[in-house]
Write a protein that binds this ligand. Structure first.
Ligand code: NAP
Ligand code: FE
Length: 366
């Protein structure tokens, strides 16, 4: 059992402007990495560049981070940043640019290494450059986790890199969420719900992670009400963002479990948004766990049974349609995924995986 949370997290309106001086400690040159559009529209990119100008820091911007960034995307961004010799990296956006910023910071600290470094530790490499994060969605918690999840085209899936890179500072300003569509808010909030559920029902669960999980699970009904409102207040966005960071703090200590493992095929092969792909399996995961965990998590969430949660999730994120061939292939892949099976605190067998698939929000099209 361990507890580690090394990120300094600011959660308030205008936090980038208010705490720009904190960035001085990292040096005079910053590489900003972000997605193609959203950070220009929601003001987060402007807030960062204004803050950097105010403290006399030079910067360049890589604004081509893909959703679910691939290894090639990371290497392209690293090559772009290398010539500028930045002292640190600032990721702005949803989980994709934040995760990318960590992997890019690792490559920039190690100019003599190729992409093999991303998935290998113990290569005699240097630690990543310092990372600063600015989250603009409310689900991944990447602003407080050491994880970076990349798409691997070779194996047609996604995987967390084995390097653990906590951001040094994260600036969480809820205002950026007011620019996100209801679909983005719902999908990403369901990702955060998944983090609480999978951290709670996890072989590595601990009393420390449970502190975050119990608070977060008990807030789910409030979060759900916010997601269903047509007009949201600043306080609503603040709640969504805080809950997401809380969930990130939980998985930083436990990792995720089967629903995340199961989500990756849906995202890779069907382009299903990460949170929606995770949410597809959440109720069925709870329903097929051991009685003690099942009862505890359902009661904290405010449900009598897993079917009630599945109904709410269906209303929020909908279903995912797959062919029988795809269903069978994904099922078989998970049944033999020893690492994810071992992340369950109960004995998870091939039959458990079948039962989770059967109770999921997947729809087989004939
Ligand atoms: P995302 O892939 O970062 O972004 C999804 C979409 O939302 C993009 O089109 C993006 O536009 C847009 N967007 C972002 N912020 C917005 C805003 N405020 N207003 C309007 N549009 C906005 O989505 P995500 O769900 O946050 O991140 C998913 C990734 O995080 C996956 O790769 C997943 O595996 C990873 N993840 C990481 C962790 C971790 O611990 N590190 C945990 C869970 C998931 P632009 O592209 O134009 O910016
Ligand atoms: Fe996630």
């Amino acid at each position: 059992m361990f507890f580690k949370m090394t990120t300094k997290l600011y959660c308030e309106k205008n936090c980038i402007k208010n705490h720009a001086n904190d960035l001085k400690q990292f040096g005079k040159r910053a590489l900003i990495v972000t997605g193609r559009n959203s950070s220009k529209l929601n003001g987060s990119l402007k807030d960062v560049t204004t803050a950097l100008a105010s403290i006399g820091t030079d910067y360049i911007i890589f604004d081509k981070v893909e959703e679910n960034p691939s290894v090639k995307n990371i290497m392209d961004a690293s090559a772009f940043g290398m010539e500028f010799s930045p002292d640190y990296v600032i990721g702005i956006g949803g989980g994709s640019p934040l995760d990318a910023s960590k992997a890019i910071a690792l490559m920039l600290a190690n100019p003599d290494f190729d992409e093999a470094l991303l998935f290998n530790t113990g290569m005699g490499h240097k630690n990543a450059l310092p990372v600063v994060c600015v989250p603009t969605t409310c689900g991944t918690g990447s602003e407080v986790t050491p994880y970076s999840i990349l798409t691997l085209h070779d194996s047609k899936t996604k995987s967390s890199i084995p390097h653990h890179i906590f951001p040094e500072i994260s600036y969480a300003d809820p205002i950026y969420l007011s620019f996100a569509s209801d679909t983005i808010l719902k999908n990403t909030a369901v990702d955060a719900l998944g983090h609480f559920i999978e951290s709670s029902i996890n072989a590595r669960s601990s009393i420390f992670a449970d502190v975050f999980c119990e608070k977060g699970l008990a807030m789910w009904q409030t979060v759900k009400e916010i997601l269903l409102k047509s007009e949201k207040t600043y306080e609503d966005y603040e709640t969504l963002l805080n809950v997401s960071s809380l969930a990130g703090m939980a998985i930083s200590h436990t990792g995720t479990s089967l629903p995340h493992g199961m989500s990756y095929s849906l995202t890779y092969e069907h382009g299903v948004a990460h949170g929606k792909a995770v949410g597809t399996f959440l109720a069925a995961y709870i329903d097929n766990s051991d009685e003690a965990n099942k009862n505890k998590v359902l009661s904290l969430l405010g449900y009598n049974n897993a079917a009630e949660l599945n109904d709410d999730l269906k209303a929020l994120i909908g279903t995912v349609r797959v062919s029988k061939e795809e269903y069978d292939r994904y099922l078989k892949y998970m049944q033999t995924n020893e690492r994810k099976l071992k992340s369950c605190p109960f004995t998870a067998t091939a039959d458990t995986v079948s039962a989770i698939y059967a109770g999921s929000l997947l729809q087989i099209i004939h």
